[in-house]
Design a protein around this ligand. Sequence first.
Ligand code: SF4
Ligand SMILES: [Zn+2]
Length: 365
Amino acid sequence: MANQLKLPYGLRDGQLWHISQVATGLACKCICLGCGALLVARNSVGNVKVAHFAHYQALECTTGLQTAIHLAAKDIIAQHKQLCLPGMAGHLSFTPAFWESFSFDARPYADELFDTLGFMGTEFISSSYETDNYYSFPARLVVLDEVILEKRTGDIIPDIMVRIGSKWLLVEVAVTHFVDEEKKTKIRAMGLPAIEIDLSKIRRDISMSDLEELIIRGEQHKKWLNNPELRRVVSQRRQRYFEECRAKIERLHAKQLREEARQAAREQWRANQATKSPAERALAQQRKQEFYSKNCRPIVERIAGGLEFVHHVDDCPKAAHQLLDKPYANVQWDCSNCLAFRGYRPYRTAIVCLYEYLRHKGDII
Ligand code: SF4
Ligand SMILES: [Zn+2]
């Protein structure tokens, strides 16, 4: 038999009975919910591995089990008037359309982008998941105001419909059949949220209380078939994330272009120097050093974290960092990556910072 799950519920006096609640054999006085045939309760200890109902002098039907579990699930949900809705988590991966939307080849900046966003290294641990490319909405227990079974809605008949405040949610219970693509498409077209509770692999001897726990408070057996609100929130977050990344990529690209232009200018300057006499070259070198010494900023050594020494430059003109309203820069992390940085003075007592000069030239930053 493809599906080994056996009938755990029978119907008597219009009420659902679990196999553990009835007398053995025909004395259970139950009928099948699917075909109405008389049932025999096989629940005596010893010769039965898994207690269940069997059809009496009739073929086992296929609808009995599905109907019984549906009814049990509906009964449980209606009784408890609560339901744990599953969470949702995922990554906001870049789409090919995102990369193609740049006027330059943006992919080479991907690694650098992830570094600056703090996806790697220790920063990842301290950064918020919500602000990076990961989103996670937790499962939550909701109170239900109304529970309706198998009522035609638009083009479909959902197993259960529940109302939470003014909003309706469809609940599909899968025992032998899962919601197919056609039904999913219809649910999406209706714009209603829907979850599927997968009961296809539940233990055949599951007790009523365990089934209650699984249906009401369980999360693992549930998934969203459709959730327009979450989709909207994720799409807004994706949009925001893409925009942040786009701005960062464009900044990285602009920095790269400036670096290339500067490199070309340096090469041009060297080529010009090569055409000059040794005396002219010495003079140019001297002027350069004089210019650099006018644009020095002293390096200050400070103790950080109680033990380590860090090297700072106070009054950083681009205010890489602020401490008590005073701007400063970390030489190792800020200056060495800054376009205004032109190296160290002898013995590393100061750095050459051309920020003001470049800004004056309109070339920065
Ligand atoms: S080199 Fe850049 S980071 Fe360093 S002090 Fe100058 S402007 Fe600030
Ligand atoms: Zn039957």
